[in-house]
Design a protein around this ligand. Sequence first.
Ligand SMILES: [Fe+2]
Ligand SMILES: [Fe+2]
Length: 229
Amino acid sequence: MADLPDHDPAIDALDDETRRRLGELWRERAVTEMGAGWAFAQVVTELYALGADGEVLALATRGAHDEVRHARLCAHLASVYLGEPVEARPPKSIAMPAHEGANERTRMQLHVVGLAVSETLAAGFLQACLAVCEAELPTRIARSHLEDDIAHARVGWAHMASKAFAPDRAAVKPWVPKLIEANLRHWRSRIAELPVVPAHGYPEHDALTSALEETARDVLVPGFRHVGL
Ligand SMILES: [Fe+2]
Ligand SMILES: [Fe+2]
């Protein structure tokens, strides 16, 4: 990528196996980020349908764009670890959570709420990765993802505080604990599969799990209280 080096001495210094493992993980991450972009784009259209504020629409549209950039950054990092070109490709399909039992409008609101939850937790995860990462290239990429994910979470929080959300607040409220729990479950199983390579941004699993739990307790819970949920 234009503004990023295509070498990192810390990556060159790794043994082959770790280097391949991390490279494959970044290749998968590129697919996940494309999936996030796809889902974000869907949320953008739902925000239009919900009558969201112009400011929220602008932030959300930028978020959909950011995820494609994240995917390309991850593919770049994968190519540096693997020593071969890697292209960012989207997954075959994505499925938005069905939230069975919710009507269409509530389901769309829940997708926006879900975005706030997943992006807030992603920011907590990235902070824990950055706290231990020493290699330059993964640090630069994680830092830029973190900045963006804070802005992405704000899309959800700003919308929940807006007029376009107010009529549906009561219908959404009972879903919130389930939504947080489902996200934490997803992250826990993801963490269990990760290697531990702190200097390359893969901390001990306990550190990641506590970072997520702290984020849920210190950011999500007060955040939801603040917007009346
Ligand atoms: Fe992302
Ligand atoms: Fe994001």
